[in-house]
Write a protein of this length. Structure first.
Length: 68
């Protein structure tokens, strides 16, 4: 999953390390800023927005078996 917020691009990986790029200073996405504490508030904001989007758009998992 990927989300952009202004000049920042955050990618959530199911396997491997997440990625964060500051496209204003790194348009070729060569420096992963995911561990840079200067971006920690932005990363949290993007994770929460991604979670909100996922909750609004995903299917619900039934809590009981369907007998069809």
């Amino acid at each position: 999953l990927m989300i952009r917020m202004g000049n920042l691009k955050y990618t959530k990986r199911m396997a491997g390390k997440d990625e964060l790029y500051d496209l204003s200073s790194d348009p070729d996405e060569t420096i992963n800023q995911i561990d840079n504490p200067a971006y920690s508030d932005d990363i949290l904001t993007m994770k929460l927005r991604m979670l909100d989007w996922y909750e609004e758009t995903c299917d619900c998992i039934p809590n009981r078996n369907d007998k069809r």
